[in-house]
Design a protein around this ligand. Structure first.
Ligand SMILES: [Mn+2]
Length: 431
């Protein structure tokens, strides 16, 4: 079974509230089409975040329709499977499903509900002569049981050892999230183990850096690499979605010989229409003042002439209030081929006074505390504005609440164990 795996297209993305990226997406689709023609895969997988927003514009939907119809027309035997990511509207994608089925294109928007009807598996299992695809879109809740029952269902049908592929859109615990600015605590990760067993290749989306899980050493390797099944991989996004995604972007060409056999991964490097630059390009330099920064922008326009730029400016530089407008004015005369990220990187911030530094606790400090009261006692001189007595009361209260919750949980657990013992004796078939 031969697969081309991509994800996180984010069609319709507007960068820095200013720049449409249609031409960049078209440039991507041109390459994708070329690769499909050359490689003749059995199936093209798009693992979620097809669109950048839930209600894409008419122009964006048109681009989606045109490009996927084109792919299908050129490769009528190739199947296309597209799942919804967290950026997509699950129900909107699902609503178009029936129409697309006529052209070997399978859209899966909505995740299985907790109440399942007979035959629900058929909404997620795509059986092809070359193999099986379990197409899972982005899921909010824990669907471990449904995933395993889908894989079990495939195992039953798969009497001739065909390859089994599963798709998912989620952050797997331990993956490399370089380039994503997730705030601490907002990224929900799931363990690979919770996604079940029985697939040969797990085609993941959501994390934008291309990577095979468990093989960080292979991330920049463009040669064909063979692993024993199962293999879990993020294809990475189609375009750089932010300027922090400095690594190369690729689509993944996957070959699977048979179920439980060998999986071969080869990355196809995507040529980006516009690259991201931080000016000055010398990592140790920063613009000293406004004049130098504007000169830097002009010179970039003349030499490179295309791309997204952000500026590194010395902290001491005094930029005028309409600095960004001055940059836009320079770029406008260049037809907006050079695009500006107005979030300036400030270099060489002067050292803060002791009083300014220790207003809050660092997360790492909190994690080191075995006994917070003892820790704060020891370090309170560093925090001149800290109301120690107040904090002491708060922590005591939290500790008491945690105890209460623990007791409640223990009581609940004890009751559950009792109940399930009763259930087991009355009806051993029921779970
Ligand atoms: Mn996503």
């Amino acid at each position: 079974m031969k697969i081309i795996h991509t994800a996180d297209l984010h069609i319709g993305q507007i960068l820095y509230q200013n720049y449409e990226r249609c031409d960049e997406h078209l440039h991507f689709f041109e390459q994708l089409k070329q690769w499909c023609k050359e490689e003749q895969p059995d199936v093209l997988l798009v693992s979620g975040d097809v669109f950048d927003i839930q209600q894409p514009s008419t122009a964006t939907k048109k681009l989606f329709n045109e490009q996927f119809v084109k792919l299908q027309k050129e490769m009528p035997d190739m199947h296309i499977v597209i799942t919804a990511g967290n950026h997509d509207s699950a129900s909107r994608l699902q609503a178009d499903r029936d129409v697309w089925t006529f052209s070997n294109t399978h859209l899966v928007g909505v995740a299985p509900s907790l109440m399942l009807n007979d035959g629900w598996e058929d909404d997620y299992i795509i059986e092809l002569p070359s193999g099986f695809i379990v197409a899972m879109p982005y899921m909010l809740g824990d669907r471990s049981q449904q995933l395993q029952s889908l894989l079990d269902c495939v195992a039953q049908r798969n009497t001739d050892g065909r390859p089994v592929v599963m798709m998912g859109h989620l952050a797997v615990t331990g993956s490399d999230i370089t380039g994503h600015d997730f705030e601490i605590g907002t990224l929900k990760t799931q363990s690979l183990a919770s996604l079940g067993t029985g697939y040969d290749y797990l085609a993941l989306g959501h994390i934008h850096k291309p990577q095979t899980l468990g093989h960080p050493e292979d991330s920049m390797n463009m040669e064909a690499i063979t692993y024993p099944a199962p293999v879990a991989r993020y294809s990475g996004s189609a375009l750089h979605v932010s300027c922090d995604e400095t690594y190369p972007h690729t689509v993944s060409l996957i070959g699977i010989d048979h179920h439980g056999g060998q999986v071969t991964v080869r990355q196809l490097r995507i040529d980006e229409l516009r690259h991201f630059y931080t000016l000055p390009e010398d990592p140790n330099a920063a613009f000293a003042d406004e004049e130098e920064a504007l000169e830097g922008v002009k010179s970039f326009c003349q030499t490179v002439g295309r791309g997204y730029i952000r500026l590194k400016v010395q902290y001491s530089a005094d930029l005028s209030a309409n600095f960004a407008q001055k940059v836009y004015d320079i770029l406008e005369s260049r037809g907006n081929e050079v695009r500006y990220n107005p979030k300036t990187l400030w270099i060489g911030e002067p050292e803060k006074s002791q009083d300014e530094i220790k207003q809050t606790f660092e997360l790492a400090e909190l994690q080191q505390m075995n006994d917070p009261i003892e820790f704060i006692e020891k370090t309170k001189t560093q925090y001149p504005r800290l109301d120690f007595h107040f904090l002491n009361d708060v922590i005591k209260e939290i500790e008491a609440e945690v105890e209460r919750i623990k007791e409640k949980e223990a009581a609940k657990q004890a009751k559950k164990t009792n109940d399930s013992t009763t259930d087991d004796t009355t009806n051993p078939e029921q779970e």
